[in-house]
Every structure is written in C-alpha cells, then in structure tokens.
Design a protein around this ligand. Structure first.
Ligand code: ATP
Ligand code: MG
Length: 211
C-alpha cells in the first residue's frame, strides 16, 4: 500500500484506562468494554500506575502483583490489553507521560497511520482533571471519556477545552478497589467483585491482609 493510501485510512481509535488497579475489579472491565462498544474503539489498553500521584499516603501492592492480577483478569476479556509503560517509566505516574509514551510507541508500531486517543475515566477521576499535570495539553492529545460512577456526580470539570470531554452515562457499578481491600481486611467475601482467578491470586499471595 502506498503512503498516501495508508494516510487516507481512518484513524485507529484507541482507548486507555489508567489506574492503580489495586486490585483490578469487575467495574474496571465493565467500563473498558462498555466504552469500547459505545465508541467503537479498535483497541482498549489498561495502564497500571507505577507510583500513584494522589495516594502517596498509602502503599500499593507491588507492581508485579498488580500486573499479574491484570493478566489473569484479561484472560477472559481478550479484547482488552495491558500496557506497562507507566511501570517501565517508574516514579510518579502522570497521564501526560502515559499518553506521550503510548503515542511514541504506537507511531513506531504502526507508522503512517494516525491514531485518535480516548482516555477513559470514572466520574471521580474526571472531577479532578483540572488538578492533573498539564490538563489542556492532555485535552489536546486525547479525547477524555468520563463515565458515571455511583457516589459521584458526572459533570464537566473546570477546563477550557470542554469540547474534548465527553460525559457518558453507563449503567452504574458500585465496586471499587478500596471497598475490596476493606472487605479483605475484615475477612469478608469478595466473590463477584473481581474475576475468580484474581481472587485466587489475592488469597494465594496474602495481599491486602487476606488470610
Ligand atoms: P480505589 O478505590 O483504590 O481508588 P478504584 O476502584 O477507584 O480504586 P482505580 O484504579 O483508582 O480504581 O480507577 C481507575 C479508573 O477506573 C478511574 O478513572 C476510576 O474512576 C475508574 N473506575 C474504577 N471503578 C469504577 C466504577 N465502578 N465505575 C466507574 N469508573 C470506575
Ligand atoms: Mg480510584
């Protein structure tokens, strides 16, 4: 195919869900797949943070464990993919670096093909967007897709480029990693909140105080 023919093709549409995934749960998977279907995305990447930017007071499970659980979770969700760009870069994870690294990686992987990026967040995360590093640059690089999440109002954050943000009503799922960690500390069941192989991994590795 000639360069002209290839650059005339429609852009590839790639979604990214960034998060601590501590641990990955059914809500993450549902959000990723729902947005993939609603927006007809070609690919969706899940990107676990190296070291969180807003949870410095709390120790995360080791990156190796969070990645291992994501791999187990994605086994039954083959349309979703894992990227470890943030863990490989290390240090505090900023979404601007995630998007820059992914853009560089994919432009060398698929040269000459333009990519439309969609960064996917829950209502809680989008509410804080104005406090993220380089919000307007982020909105120039990627469309932001914010989905409803129980307990949070889905609304436009305080940014200039509102046109780059889409608020998407999806059927709510109440699950959160913090609630899962809380249940494990109390010895309560987490059945149905994470894929079964993830629960098995948590118990086998005694993560989050699981006995
Ligand atoms: P924690 O309770 O530790 O913050 P979490 O469940 O919020 O964990 P994160 O890894 O922090 O999971 O979230 C990654 C992204 O997924 C964020 O944009 C968050 O808003 C979104 N998300 C997570 N769970 C849900 C959910 N149940 N509904 C909608 N969005 C969600
Ligand atoms: Mg969170």
């Amino acid at each position: 195919m000639s360069a002209t023919a290839s650059s005339n093709r429609a852009p590839i549409r790639i979604g990214v869900v960034g998060g601590t995934f501590d641990p990955v749960h059914v809500g993450h998977l549902q959000v990723a797949e729902t947005v993939m279907d609603m927006l007809h995305l070609d690919r969706v990447l899940l990107s676990p943070t190296a070291q969180p930017w807003h949870k410095t007071a709390r120790n995360l499970a080791p990156a190796d464990d969070r990645v291992a659980m994501l791999k187990l979770a994605l086994h039954d969700h083959p349309r979703l993919e894992l990227t470890t760009v943030d863990i490989e870069r290390g240090g505090n994870t900023y979404t601007i670096d995630t998007l820059r690294d992914l853009a560089a990686e994919f432009s060398s992987q698929i040269p000459g093909r333009s990519i439309d990026w969609y960064f996917i967040t829950g209502a809680d995360a989008i509410a804080a967007l104005a406090t993220w590093k380089s919000p307007e640059e982020l909105l120039a690089m990627s469309t932001f897709i914010a989905v409803s999440r129980p307990g949070y109002k889905l609304s436009m954050p305080d940014v200039e480029n509102e046109a780059a943000i889409r608020l998407l009503d999806i059927s709510p799922n109440e699950v959160s990693s913090s609630a899962i960690r809380g249940k494990l500390h109390e010895g309560a069941s987490i059945a149905g909140l994470v894929p079964d192989p993830v629960a098995e991994y948590i118990y086998a590795h005694h993560l989050y105080g699981a006995a």
